[in-house]
Design a binder for this molecule. Sequence first.
Ligand code: CP
Length: 315
Amino acid sequence: MSKSLISTKHLLGIKYINKDDIDLIFRTADNFKEVINRPIKKVPSLRDITIANLFFENSTRTKLSFELAEKRLSADVINFSASSSSVKKGETLLDTVNNILSMKVDMVVMRHPAPGAHHFLAQHIDANIVNAGDGTHEHPTQALLDAFSIREQVGSLSGKKVVIIGDIMHSRVALSNIFCLQKLGAEVKVCGPATLIPKHIGKLGVSVTHNIDEALQWCDIANILRIQLERQDIKFIPSLREYALYYGVNKQRLDKVNKDIIIMHPGPINRGVEISSDVADSDQSIILQQVENGVAVRMAVLYLLAGRAGIKTVN
Ligand code: CP
């Protein structure tokens, strides 16, 4: 019998959930994807539940996708952006969150620049916490929507070859994807300049190449990441121009590969740097399908965590 309860109260990272949890999230997301493609896209599942979206770092996709997921589930939603808040007057993370929770908030979705901020919060508050990205650590819902999108294209991920290309060192998407893809049985390789690949990444069971053409020839799926200049206080590459020359995925490179690989990118994309427009906008690219699937996947995560916490969901 397939299980219907997720094993965790919070979604702090993919590291802390198991394959059964991921399969359950995907099955639930399948149902919600069907819902959000109906003329009436809303269900009452989280009616009377209040969710706070706390963004201490910029976001377009994740913030709007969570907000839409919450609204499609009929939750009440409040949005907090650190840049226009009393954080600017010196208020701490815990004081900020406790003040928001005292307004009878049930769940917290948070993006924070500090790796581990969500673990810290989980030790101090009762509400469910969903990690919407913590610094260079994890971005679990991105990895879930990425894997869900691959599954939609190829079925089971077991035995599929996925290469993650780019700034692996500073990427929370890379780490969450590695955990998620491996739990689903995929083979993972990382590719990029040596300065942007953590020295001990092999310990996670991934292989490494610095040769983009070899990586593209090897894989079934290429997940391309941007260079995270905002997290680099020293220069890791000589210039973006040189990066584009040696690691940019463009049509010329893809034409040399003797199969149609699936092209992914979590966004935001930097056209002409890590990916060219003719690749980003090609039929091989599923970048916008990833964004579309993010809403259904986040609906599933919120719904399942609410159920696990004993919050009464409406079926
Ligand atoms: N993929 C992603 O996290 O995008 P945003 O930073 O726009 O949320």
